[in-house]
Design a protein around this ligand. Structure first.
Ligand SMILES: Nc1ncnc2c1ncn2[C@@H]1O[C@H](COP(=O)(O)OP(=O)(O)OP(=O)(O)O)[C@@H](O)[C@H]1O
Ligand SMILES: [Mg+2]
Length: 493
């Protein structure tokens, strides 16, 4: 039996999974890392802590499986995407905490880029509008703060990478990133899949810092240290990995992943489709020796993170799954709406001046309504990105494939089907992110011979049918869109 390994370095935790050739998990180990909030709107991670946790979960899962790294045909990495790390090439030490994708400190830089060049200049080249979300401007922010850092960067002494690149550097000694992670920097041209001098100059990131761009699935590099004996054979940003984990290899294949944020990704074949409705154009994945596949993406910053906020900041629940019981103590939202614009609003609004609001509160509202509003916010936001998708493609999806930690919440999944008026379908393995990295590693090393070989493992496990009246749906959607407007323009102005 062949085995592959997969590292899932997420926003809240790091996992390592050993997967067999039927796609089943043989062993899994997981560790959370610190969320560092130095100022309102800022979010940082300690890259060394993440690397330490990665080494630990690898050793633990290999031990649990009773195998050594040399038993693995290959290893894949999937990761939180736009989080930026800058380190010293000589010492391998980060020069600062990693700036996380949710961090909004680059709002002024994003606005200046928009004013100087226009959003379309960036969209045409990168598929992305200037926004705090993306990694390139985060590097610019770091270099702007410290002139010695900029001169060291220009002298080639510093390396920039997203988390995939940081872990690859630690695991193999190579400084590379894959096309999916590179497509989130605002520094790579989507059509050529190469760093672009004009983009780097506009954003203010010296090209000397950049990693080499490699295909997502292929022979990347032999591993050292804790994984010595196997090789790194896939790198995929988490949402791209989830598409692969849902066996989304065909044009039109669409999935929504509900984790820290919620992310809709729809395969557009080898065409770069430009959105007019606030979606991103991005690389879906690239298999070595083949042209890249592209995707349209609707990114929602806060989904499960809203549930974590109920737990950690309000103390209304002890554990994330408890939100379902609390939300079920009431029959409906009691006209309470929650817009979780903690990091502004991403797709389809792209408003970095938005901040979170509760709307519609009366003396009647209780904590059950608050919990319900937090859950419903995820479904409404996904509804908005699917609406954008429908307006871009001119077609409405009859069903969506879903995955991620929040899909264990039946109340949310039923409400999602109701709000979309479409079926919501869960696969037998909802851990599609890490599974996609494993599939990538196995495709590169011949464990699976082709994408269709992988697709044979996809199985439907559950399906939620819409059961809400049109009148109720329209009333709720009206309430939601009024609440969204209330969140705009909070910062600045
Ligand atoms: N039963 C549940 N109901 C609602 N939310 C849940 C439930 N179980 C988990 N969550 C939320 O789902 C998220 C965890 O899901 P998952 O592990 O897929 O996240 P993730 O985004 O992959 O994490 P990371 O960002 O670390 O990769 C958390 O934000 C948690 O609050
Ligand atoms: Mg994840």
């Amino acid at each position: 039996m062949s085995l592959v390994g997969a590292i899932d370095q997420g926003t809240t935790s790091t996992r390592f999974v050993v997967v067999n050739d039927s796609g089943a998990f043989v062993a899994i180990a997981q560790m959370e890392h610190d969320q560092i909030f130095p100022n309102p709107g800022w979010v940082e991670h300690d890259a060394n802590q993440i690397w330490g946790n990665t080494e630990r979960v690898i050793a633990e899962a290999l031990g649990e499986a009773g195998v050594s790294a040399s038993h693995l045909s290959g290893v894949g990495i999937t990761n939180q995407r736009e989080t930026a790390v800058v380190w010293d090439r000589g010492t391998g030490e980060p020069v600062a905490n990693a700036i996380v994708w949710q961090d909004t400190r680059t709002a002024d830089i994003a606005r200046a880029l928009d004013t100087e060049h226009g959003a379309d200049w960036f969209r045409d080249r990168t598929g992305l509008p200037p926004a705090t979300y993306f990694s390139g401007p985060k590097v610019r922010w770091l270099l702007d703060r410290d002139a010695t850092l900029r001169s060291r960067a220009e002298a080639g002494k510093l390396a920039f990478g997203t988390i995939d690149s940081w872990l690859t550097f630690k695991l193999t000694g190579r400084h590379v990133t894959d096309v999916t992670n590179a497509s989130r920097t605002m520094l790579m041209r989507l059509d050529t899949l190469e760093w672009d001098a004009d983009l780097c100059a506009a954003i203010g990131v010296p090209m000397e810092m950049l990693p080499d761009i490699v295909p997502s699935i292929g022979r990347i590099a032999p591993c050292l240290g804790v994984l010595e004996g196997t090789s790194l054979s896939a790198i995929l940003g988490d949402q791209h990995a989830a598409l692969v984990g849902q066996a989304g290899f065909e044009r039109g294949a669409t999935k929504v992943t509900y984790g820290t944020g919620a992310f809709l990704v729809s395969h557009t074949g080898q065409d770069i489709v430009r959105s007019r409705a606030g979606l991103l154009s991005t690389v879906a994945y690239q298999i070595e020796g083949e042209p890249a596949s592209y995707a349209l993406e609707g990114s929602v910053a806060i989904a499960g993170a809203g549930v974590q906020w109920l737990r950690d900041n309000l103390g209304l629940i002890d554990a994330a799954p408890d939100v379902e019981r609390l939300a079920s103590t009431v029959d409906d939202n009691g006209d309470v709406y929650f817009v979780p614009a903690f990091s502004g609003l991403f797709a389809p609004h792209w408003r970095d001046d938005a901040r979170g609001v509760f709307a519609g509160l009366t003396r009647y509202a209780n904590k059950g309504h608050i919990a319900r509003a937090v859950l419903e916010a995820t479904a409404f936001q996904v509804g908005d990105v699917l609406g954008a998708m429908a307006s871009d493609t001119g077609s409405i999806l009859p069903e969506i494939r879903v995955d991620g930690g929040m899909v264990h919440n039946d109340l949310l999944m039923q409400f999602q089907a109701d709000i979309l008026d479409a079926d919501v379908v869960l696969p037998s393995n909802v851990e599609t992110t890490v599974l996609g990295a494993a599939y990538g590693a196995g495709l590169a090393t011949g464990v699976w011979s082709s994408p269709s070989d992988v697709s044979a493992h996809w199985q439907e496990a559950r399906r939620f049918h819409p059961a809400m009246t049109t009148t109720d749906r329209e009333r709720l959607l009206r309430g939601w869109s009024k609440a969204v407007e209330r969140s705009f323009g909070w910062v600045g102005g």
